[in-house]
Design a protein around this ligand. Structure first.
Ligand SMILES: Nc1ncnc2c1ncn2[C@@H]1O[C@H](COP(=O)(O)OP(=O)(O)OP(=O)(O)O)[C@@H](O)[C@H]1O
Ligand SMILES: [Mg+2]
Length: 341
């Protein structure tokens, strides 16, 4: 089955062609980062308008790259939520219009299920069951995964998502959006031990997270450095390192707890923050000690992309699921409500 996947939940237009027999044939992405950078974050109306502009040329591009024609496509998959409603509607209307014109089925995919399954596109995919850490711009969740659609939420952030905390901390120090990669780069030249940030909610049982306090801690530290006339370039690097270490260690402690509680030693990390090298190294060390393994997608499939949507949609389509022609999207959508395959 050849599936055309469309992702438009936020600020990247992603398109991909996934073949259930041959794997990923082509994928293309247009990132709107430059468009939103001047505003320090995503402007929903601008995001929707840009998705409209990019979608059809990107579809043409992946078809050409894969040497396929519209008539070869067996089904469409699009992100139906969670995300920005206006942006989601672009992908949903485009997918449903093409499905109607081509006489093929379409399926709405849960964006976080897409992220969660992205490591399945790699050469050594994880086997069920596993624990998944979803760490993106809008979500921080620990999930027990027994199969596609068999999700048990073990814990989540009570306030900011991990990626959001990276973005806000970067912004308060005058760094560019998105902040995650900026902080990661600066942290490499940080002075170890100059600042020590708290590890929120690790001193009590449970698997929930809270990251908003870290951002406040970063703000106070940054203001102290400014008030005392410190070298601000070095202060940025040192705060970046202390902040990243706090996030990474907190995530690692909670992952270990979740694995022990579930009796599993297989961990999947997904979402934009899973591209973070320090996080990968920490988790690999921890899983090494547990004689387990950590799985993640190649960096460009950690952030939003069409390939994960084409893959996730294809699995559900193969199981016989699809939508009627109504265009439905959801800004909020609990992943546990998805049907099991
Ligand atoms: N190397 C990195 N280190 C830390 N954070 C990173 C890194 N690369 C990207 N990020 C963060 O990942 C986030 C973007 O990831 P992603 O595209 O998965 O999120 P999103 O789609 O905005 O949110 P969601 O998937 O929850 O709707 C941003 O917050 C960004 O700062
Ligand atoms: Mg995302």
């Amino acid at each position: 089955m050849l599936v055309l996947g469309l992702e438009t939940s936020c600020d990247e237009t992603g398109v991909a062609l996934y073949d259930s027999e041959r794997g990923l044939l082509a994928d293309a992405l247009f990132s709107q980062i430059d468009l939103h950078r001047v505003y320090g974050g995503v402007v929903p109306e601008l995001a929707s308008r840009d998705h409209v502009k990019r979608m059809l040329p990107l579809i043409r591009q992946v078809l050409d790259e894969a040497g396929k024609q519209a008539s070869d496509i067996d089904a469409l998959a699009y992100t139906a939520g969670p995300g920005l409603v206006g942006a989601l509607l672009v992908g949903a209307s485009c997918a449903q219009a093409l499905a109607f014109a081509w006489g093929v089925p379409a399926i709405g995919v849960h964006h976080m299920e897409g992220h969660l399954l992205a490591p399945m596109l790699e050469e050594q995919p994880p086997a069920f069951p596993f624990v998944a850490l979803l760490v993106s711009g809008g979500h921080t969740q620990l999930v027990r995964v027994d199969g596609i659609g068999q999700y048990q939420l073990l814990g989540e952030s009570l306030d900011d998502a991990a990626g959001e905390a990276f973005d806000k901390t970067a912004k308060l120090m005058g760094l560019n959006y998105p902040g995650g990669p900026e902080i990661a780069k600066l942290a490499e030249q940080g002075t170890p031990g100059r600042f020590v940030f708290p590890r929120p909610m690790t001193d009590r049982p449970g698997l929930d997270f809270s990251f908003s306090g870290l951002k406040t801690f970063a703000l106070n530290t940054w203001q102290q450095c400014r008030d005392s006339g410190d070298d601000l370039d070095q202060a940025r690097r040192d705060i970046a390192l202390a902040f990243q270490q706090a996030v990474v260690e907190t995530l690692t402690i909670k992952c270990k707890r979740a694995l022990k509680q579930s009796g599993l030693n297989s961990l999947v990390i997904a979402g934009g923050v899973s591209a973070n090298k320090a996080l990968r190294e920490h988790l690999e060390r921890m899983l090494g000690e547990m004689k387990g393994k950590v799985f993640y997608a190649r960096p460009r499939f950690c952030t939003d992309n069409g390939a994960m949507i084409a893959y996730a949609g294809c699995q559900r389509l193969l199981a016989g699921q699809h939508e009627d022609l109504a265009i439905k999207v959801q800004a909020r959508w609990p992943m546990e409500s998805l049907p099991a395959l």
